[in-house]
Write a protein that binds this ligand. Structure first.
Ligand code: 48H
Length: 255
């Protein structure tokens, strides 16, 4: 049987054609987000829903960052009352634990946040590492990207570059993008995350979500790293609220 519409090479062409169309249309975006953990996923969805083009780079194979593991691999996620609206908006079910704390399933949360972002039009690139930024006239205006396996194998392969109006560092504890700017420009200081204090940390991580260098915004655990805030442990409301807050700030800045 010779069916040109359904054979191995046609399948290959379908993947290549569609992937390169997605990549080509992401070379210039409104917003680039680095890191697909809870804060990055929430930010991506809410920005895309307001009509901006959003490209999200995640260096791991899986999307969801630290959500999957819950606390110490017990795959349940705790969220405080203030963040329930975001769970409801994503269609995530939760159970009341006490009047302040609610529990949901980490698998459901990762999947739902990812699905909502995809449906909002966010273009995802997993296995892609952001290794540098473009700065012109003292403003971040793009990212330098490469396949993460290139870095893992220490291969000497030059990266590619893409441009955008705003970058969000949602890289978690690493604050990867902010660290690059701190190291290369000396214009940003990384204070370093402090010891655990859940209630204080949850409030502070939302409060300090902000633009930390022209064109560069920070959300999630990266906020704690940049501003020297305490960590909160396995409670995720602050991550969700920080993602929603950074979406508001970015939309206001680029509109
Ligand atoms: C591409 C990158 C790069 C890079 C990193 O860690 P995350 O889940 O991030 P947040 O901030 O949304 O959520 C933090 C939360 O998961 C957590 O760890 C908490 C609440 N901890 C509290 C505590 O006390 O420990 O996701 C960040 C993502 C990861 O998937 C990385 O792989 C990815 O960013 N990433 N992607 N290029 N240079 N650096």
């Amino acid at each position: 049987m010779n069916n040109k519409n359904f054979n191995e090479t046609t399948i290959t062409k379908a993947i290549i054609d569609e992937f390169f169309e997605k990549l080509r249309s992401s070379i210039e975006s409104d917003v680039c987000i680095v890191g697909a953990g809870p804060s990055g996923l929430v930010a991506a969805r809410y920005i895309a829903e307001r009509g901006f083009s959003v490209t999200l780079f995640e260096r791991k194979l899986s999307i969801g960052g630290g959500i999957w593991g819950g606390g110490m691999m017990f795959n349940k996620v705790v969220v405080q009352k203030e963040a329930l609206e975001i769970l409801e908006d994503a269609g995530v079910e939760y159970k009341e634990y006490n009047e302040n704390l609610f529990v949901c399933d980490s698998i459901e949360l990762s999947s739902a946040l990812t699905y909502r972002a995809v449906k909002a039009g966010v273009k995802f690139f997993n296995l892609v590492n952001v290794e540098d930024v473009i700065i012109k006239q003292k403003r971040v205006c793009g990212l330098v990207i490469n396949w993460y396996p290139v870095e893992m194998c220490s291969l000497s392969v030059d990266p590619l570059a893409i441009s955008c109006k705003a970058v969000i560092d949602a890289t978690g504890h690493d604050a990867s993008v902010c660290s690059i700017i701190a190291n290369k420009t000396g214009k940003l200081k990384i204070a370093g995350e402090k010891n655990m204090w859940a209630e204080k940390a949850e409030e502070a991580v939302v409060k300090y979500t902000s633009e930390v260098y022209p064109g560069l915004f920070v959300t999630g655990m990266s906020v704690a790293a940049v501003f020297g805030l305490p960590r909160m442990g396995p409670i995720f409301g602050g991550m969700l609220l920080s993602g929603r807050r950074v979406a508001d700030l970015v939309c206001e800045a680029i509109q």
